[in-house]
Structures are given as structure tokens and as C-alpha cells.
Design a binder for this molecule. Structure first.
Ligand code: PXG
Length: 465
């Protein structure tokens, strides 16, 4: 048996972690100095760390633990499937019950006309599938030059070469480069970039960048547009109401494929099964992962509309797939997750209970002297920190300095609330109760107060010139 256990002293675990474990998206030498916070258990919306603190998880792990931690039926299903058939592939004219059942279930939940699922192990992998599927689709249709995919600055679509290239984050492109044939347009981030425009006018303008880009590239060269219904990792940027209808108009007009990256927004996060339903988007392909299994097993995929699936099936093999496409244990666990979401009416809980209560409490934060706007859709929310609300000003300090300080106060107060630049974001498990929402918001307020006092003491409540 493993000798490294929960019972080891935190410092020893941290030392081993620092010696051997390379963390993703992390300055590993800085972390080695400080020591990682080590999580040991989870139940509902609560985490326990190696020091015995009970932490309220405002991020559902990494936007994924929709049904909450500690659901024992998930483990029961995993064990039963491992005992029955731990692994088999779906490549060479074989299939198995969990992949069949999960694909059928997803098709039942997905919007009309989206009845086909290509499985992957993660959201990044699924987006790599999407790039290849879009290009193969246009090849088969006799338009092989339609290879370019238009995406958005500050979008996030994963960190494989394909996913990282679709994403519009320069820091990711800087580490390893970007594949050819992907271009980016602006993001619908009114708070930071809207200037004197109304949010509605700004949303329209940003959507129209898609049309400008299509015309500039030539529609004969453009295969698809990809966007997250709500940008998640980019800071929970909820687009103005005008944005998606205009994107849809443009996509329809030019006949390019629309990919909705639902990795975060899928499976209840915005109060419907998919963010596309919340925002009235009609995609050809949806990327899914995270909430598909609530993070209990790694699994992702692409939900593909009938027309694209028909074309893909009309010309022999699609030379693409992963060893773990439709992995039976992951698929069985995802199926159990969907059963729980459905039978416990968790999406109805988001709509009727959790969102209304959080909306009320979250809006209170806009009154805090450090907070500009407080936004929420379903159970994904953000607040913009600012030294001057009236002017939506940025801090003079380097972007992220204040956000990081606020995050540190949250962490110290046993609340997980992330920062993206100087925005604070939440995405709690969908099962969160009104009482737990009160605890979350109360801890956020205390943390904001502490952060504000610290900023004043350090002379950081200063606008950028
Ligand atoms: N698309 C979207 C919209 C995502 O949010 C991915 C694709 C990639 O999924 P995988 O399973 O390959 O990670 C994601 C993932 C953050 C953060 O800092 C967000 C994600 C991943 C890691 C960090 O908010 N989202």
C-alpha cells in the first residue's frame, strides 16, 4: 500500500509535492517556497484541507463538481463497471454499454437535432476533435480551403496545441506557439472595453467583428466560429444581450459552422442544460466536459448536429480518436452524474432556488467600495474590482495584483473564490443551498473588506493614469 497518506504532516506532504509534482499553470518554484494547500476530503460544497479547515468551494473544483463532492453512488458505479468491463475501445467496430447509454442520454438532453456524440478524455481533446472535424467536414463537402476557425481574444478552449490555439490568451500562445489557421476577434467585455458605449451597442459592435473578419478572410476560407456562451476562464464575461443574436445572424448568413464551447456552461451551470439554451444559440457542435461527469472521472466530447454527423459519416473513416474515447468507467460515472442531475432536479434548483438567492446576495457586493459591477448568470458570477466605480477604472498596479490580494484574503477566510486579473469569479457546485450561499457571500464580504483595508494602507486604491 502507498505510504503517503492523509495522516502525514502537511509540511512533509508539501515537501514531497514540491520535490516531484509539476503543477499546471503554476510558478512551481514560488509554490515550492510557499507550500501548496493540500485538500484531503470533500462533501457537498465543502472541502477539508490537511490542517482540518473546512473550506467552502466557490469554484466547484475547476468549474466542474456540479453535483457536489462525496456522492458515494458515483464510486459504486465506477467499481461495478471496473469489475464488469474495466476497459475496452470503441475503434475497430466494437462498442460497449456505457458508451452507448451515455451517448443516447446526452442526445436526449441536447438541443433538438444534436444527436451524435464523439467522446474525448477532456475539454481540450474535444476541441482538438472539433478543429479536425470542421476541416474534414469541409473537405468532404468539396471546399477544403475552408480551414480557418475564428475564435475570440481572451477565450479559453483548453491547453493542448489545438485548444490553446483556439483560446485567445497570449500567455498560452507565448509558451509553445499556436497552430496555423486560427484567428481571433474581440471579446464582448463591456466593463473593460466598452468605453462610452451602452452594453447593447458594444455587444453588437463586437459581434460584427465576426462579419468584418469573414469578409476580410473571404468566406471561402472560413470553416467555423467558436465561442463560450459565457467566457469562464477569461473572467466570467457575460455578454450583452445583443451579442449572441448578432453572432447567430452572421453565422447563418455566411453558412459557417458554429461551435459553442459548453465545457463550463454545460450541464446546468447557467440554469439550463446548456448555455446555448440560455442565450438562444443554435450551434452545430458543442464541446462538453467538466459537468458531464461532475469531475468524478475525466471525460469530454463533442455533441454534433445531424447534418455534420451525416457528412462525416458519408466518406469513410475519420482518422481521429483517443484510447479513452468513451472510456467505460468514465462513461458509466457520467451517466450516473446525469441521473443525479435529472432525478434530483438540480437544474430546477439552480433556476428556482439557488440563482434567485445568489442573485440577491451577489448584487449586494456591488455596493462595496472596491467593487464596480457584480454579474451573475445561473451559478456563474463575477465582480470587477476597481479603484473608481464611476469611471470603471483599472488599478495603477499591474493587472492582477489586486485580484491576487483579494484571492489570498478569500483563501485565508476558507472561501475559494478565484481571481482573473482584477475580477473575482465564482462557480459553486449547483447543489449549493441558500444557507451555504449566505456563508459564501458573507465570507466574500469579509475578504473584500480586508483586501480594501490592505489596499488603502498600501496606497494601492489608485487609478491607472
Ligand atoms: N473549454 C472551456 C470553455 C474550458 O473552460 C476547456 C475547454 C478545456 O478543458 P480541459 O478538460 O482540457 O481542461 C476548458 C477548461 C481556469 C481554468 O483557470 C479553466 C479551465 C481549465 C483550467 C483552468 O479557470 N477550463
Amino acid at each position: 500500500m502507498n505510504k503517503i497518506t492523509n495522516h502525514m504532516p502537511t509540511a512533509e506532504l508539501q515537501a514531497l509535492d514540491a520535490a516531484h509534482h509539476m503543477h499546471p499553470f503554476t510558478d512551481n518554484s514560488a509554490l515550492a517556497q510557499k507550500g501548496a494547500r493540500i485538500m484531503t476530503a470533500g462533501k457537498g460544497v465543502w472541502l477539508t484541507d490537511s490542517e482540518g479547515h473546512r473550506i467552502i468551494d466557490g469554484m466547484a473544483g475547476l468549474w466542474c463538481v456540479n453535483i457536489g463532492y462525496g456522492r458515494t453512488s458515483m464510486g459504486d458505479v465506477a467499481k461495478a463497471q471496473m469489475d464488469q468491463l474495466a476497459y475496452y475501445n470503441t475503434f475497430f467496430q466494437t462498442s460497449h454499454v456505457p458508451a452507448i447509454a451515455l451517448a443516447a442520454k446526452i442526445a436526449e438532453l441536447a438541443p433538438e437535432g444534436m444527436n451524435h456524440i464523439f467522446f474525448a478524455g477532456s475539454g481540450s481533446e474535444a476541441n482538438d476533435t472539433n478543429i479536425r472535424m470542421v476541416r474534414r467536414y469541409w473537405d468532404i463537402k468539396g471546399q477544403p480551403e475552408k480551414r480557418i476557425i475564428i475564435a475570440r481574444l481572451n477565450g479559453y478552449h483548453g491547453s493542448t496545441m489545438g485548444g490553446g490555439s483556439l483560446g485567445g490568451m497570449s500567455g498560452i500562445h507565448a509558451h509553445g506557439g499556436k497552430i496555423a489557421g486560427i484567428v481571433h476577434i474581440g471579446e464582448p467585455n463591456w466593463w473593460e472595453q466598452g468605453g462610452d458605449m451602452t452594453p447593447e451597442a458594444f455587444g453588437l459592435m463586437r459581434a460584427q467583428e465576426l462579419e468584418t473578419m469573414i469578409l476580410q478572410l473571404g468566406v471561402e476560407n472560413v470553416g467555423a466560429f467558436i465561442g463560450e456562451p459565457v467566457q469562464g476562464a477569461g473572467g466570467v464575461i457575460i455578454p450583452p444581450s445583443t451579442y449572441w443574436p448578432e453572432i447567430q445572424r452572421i453565422v447563418d448568413k455566411y453558412g459557417i459552422l458554429l461551435i459553442a464551447d459548453e465545457v463550463i456552461t454545460g450541464f446546468g451551470r447557467t440554469g439550463n442544460w446548456f448555455g446555448s439554451q440560455t442565450f438562444g444559440i443554435k450551434p452545430h457542435i458543442m464541446t462538453i466536459a467538466k459537468g458531464l461527469s461532475s469531475g468524478y472521472q475525466p471525460i469530454g466530447g463533442s455533441i454534433v448536429c445531424d447534418e455534420v454527423a451525416e457528412v462525416m459519416g458519408s466518406a469513410g473513416d475519420f482518422n481521429h480518436g483517443y484510447t479513452y474515447s468513451g472510456h467505460p468507467v468514465a462513461a458509466a460515472v457520467a451517466l450516473e452524474n446525469l441521473r443525479i442531475l435529472q432525478e434530483e432536479k438540480i437544474i430546477e434548483h439552480v433556476q428556482n432556488v439557488a440563482n434567485p438567492h445568489l442573485a440577491k446576495r451577489w448584487a449586494e457586493l456591488a455596493d462595496h467600495p472596491l467593487v464596480g459591477e457584480a454579474k451573475l448568470v445561473g451559478l456563474m458570477g463575477s465582480i470587477a474590482l476597481t479603484p473608481d466605480k464611476a469611471h470603471r477604472a483599472k488599478f495603477a498596479a499591474e493587472t492582477g495584483t489586486v485580484g491576487y490580494r483579494c484571492r489570498e484574503r478569500c483563501f485565508a477566510n476558507d472561501l475559494i473564490m478565484r481571481h482573473v486579473g482584477d475580477r473575482m469569479i465564482i462557480s459553486p457546485p449547483l447543489v449549493i443551498t441558500p444557507d451555504e450561499i449566505d456563508i459564501l457571500v458573507d465570507r466574500a464580504k469579509v475578504s473584500l473588506d480586508e483586501c480594501y483595508m490592505g489596499l488603502k494602507a498600501d496606497g494601492l486604491m489608485v487609478s491607472r493614469g
